[in-house]
Design a protein. Structure first.
Length: 210
């Protein structure tokens, strides 16, 4: 199965991608992970991408499409794949279609903006070991400190309320219109994100017939 996971930042695409990857036996192609790796290494493309991410703007199409082209050419993608976080604009979608990227289903995860703000702004990262926490769903044993190494827990800049709301504004303006594009081709399937992760996963399975 060739699948696109679609939804606002914080909608749970990464979590569902991990579940579906194991279920289907195909790789997840996450542009977010690829870009974060480039930013951490401080490569030229990483530095360019970081400037956009830090301000809540979308990374330019030429950077994204180049990454996707290289990844889909690898052998493990020949039997299918899951695209997580791309396309983000109509221009990206059209460029991918010109590349011959033909997907079976576009799975759209719907979730209210305020729920997303609560989810993302509650995230904390250990500045020393990188362990991840959430003030509501996965709090540390000691406030402000990592359970594993005792390091200080910090808020990533892209998890601040101001940046999260800017990311949502950009999503609604530039990415959400893609729903109509994929609905027109009959490939769009929508799942309402539930409070419990297992309920959302069950609805995803039912929607995809898994």
């Amino acid at each position: 199965m060739k699948l696109i996971l679609f939804g606002a930042p914080g909608a749970g695409k990464g979590t569902q991608a991990e579940f579906l990857s194991k279920r289907l036996g195909v790789p997840t192609i996450s542009t977010g992970e690829i870009l974060r790796a480039a930013m951490k290494k401080g490569t030229a493309v990483g530095k360019e991408a970081k400037a956009y991410v830090d301000s809540g703007r979308l990374v330019p199409d030429d950077v994204i499409i180049g990454i996707i082209q290289e990844r889909l050419a690898e052998p493990d993608c020949q039997k299918g794949y899951i695209l997580d976080g791309v396309p983000r604009t109509l221009a990206q979608a059209e460029a991918m279609e010109r590349m011959g990227v033909d997907v079976d289903v576009v799975l759209n995860l719907e979730i209210p903006d305020e729920t997303i703000v609560e989810r993302l702004c509650g995230r904390r990262i250990c500045k020393d070991c990188g362990a991840s926490y959430h003030l509501i769903s996965n709090p540390p044993q000691k406030e402000g400190r990592c359970d594993s190494c005792g390091g200080e827990l910090i808020i990533r800049r892209d998890d601040s309320p101001e940046t999260v709301r800017e990311r949502l504004r950009v999503y609604h303006a530039e990415t959400e219109p893609l729903k109509a594009h994929y609905a027109a081709s009959g490939k769009l399937r929508t799942v309402q994100s539930q409070e419990r992760l297992e309920d959302t996963s069950r609805m995803v399975r039912e929607t995809l017939g898994l």
